[in-house]
Design a protein around this ligand. Structure first.
Ligand SMILES: CN(C)C(=N)NCCC[C@H](N)C(=O)O
Length: 256
């Protein structure tokens, strides 16, 4: 029995044209990115997830960052309306896959914008980054949709960072790992544990004590182990060149 479904989308040939907002552009090695994606998928499978692929959207260079296209909460899939207009065609493939997975499907409607990378779910609280990609209308719409599942949305203003989950994510026990200078940390209403590596604030709980994180955060991997969890380390250097992180490359749908 698997833990549930992990949605992923393979990188396309145009990956190197992906958006870059807060860092300098550097060349992406697409062949290496494909190998890293294969290893990422293998890590999810090894951790007990059924890896299910969303159809490629090769005209969209950022389509591999599938997290931004949908927010899954229990049996509900909220299709997003990405803040970057060129990413909106990515939604169709995700919609097909979440429908096939049997989820109820709703969406963020215009003029609201919301990227999945701005949505951090911790228990029944859903923190949503307000910044370059997600606006107040998007937050309000998400709040209304997730209220049907007993969730409370808390807006969190961002500073110079792409997404909320570029700056803070949670360990399985709810401990928030963060770079607090990148956002209004007081808005979370709970303390964070500051990390000293940029990629250290990007973790994905994979079930039980397993925690996925990037090879570029070795000190945080050691911290995660000290705290009693088991780090699962993947090299995603080619995606980091496009402001991607371990969270962005999948959407986990735990078995109901
Ligand atoms: C948590 N993060 C960072 C994400 N969910 N998405 C990253 C998207 C990166 C892409 N180049 C873009 O700019 O859209």
């Amino acid at each position: 029995m698997t833990r549930g479904i992990a949605l992923v989308r393979r990188p396309g040939d145009r990956l190197t044209d992906g958006l870059v907002t807060h860092i300098a552009r550097s060349d992406v090695d697409v062949a290496r990115a494909r190998r890293q994606h294969e290893a990422y998928r293998a890590a999810l499978a090894e951790a007990g997830w059924e890896v299910r692929e969303v159809a490629p959207a090769d005209d969209c260079p950022d389509a591999v960052f599938v997290e931004d296209t949908v927010v899954v909460c229990d049996d509900l899939a909220v299709l997003t309306r990405p803040g970057a207009p060129q990413r909106r065609p990515e939604i169709a493939g995700t919609e097909k896959t979440v429908r096939e997975a049997g989820l109820e499907v709703v969406r963020v409607e215009a003029p609201g914008t919301l990227d999945g990378g701005d949505v951090l779910q911790v228990g029944t609280t859903v923190y949503v980054g307000l910044g370059g990609r997600t606006d107040e209308e998007g937050v309000a719409q998400l709040g209304a949709r997730l209220a049907t599942r007993g969730r409370t949305v808390v807006p969190v203003p961002l500073r110079a960072v792409l997404h909320l989950k570029s700056a803070v994510t949670a360990l399985p026990d709810g401990t928030l790992l963060a770079l607090p200078e990148l956002f209004d940390a007081a808005a979370l209403g709970q303390p964070v544990r500051a990390v000293d590596e940029e990629a250290g604030c990007h973790v994905v709980p994979l079930g039980d004590d397993l925690v996925l994180l990037a090879a570029s955060a070795p000190r945080t991997a050691a911290l995660v182990a000290e705290l009693g969890f088991t780090p699962v380390v993947v090299d995603i250097s080619e995606y980091e060149k496009l402001e991607g992180c371990v969270t962005c490359l999948s959407v986990l749908i735990p078995r109901g």
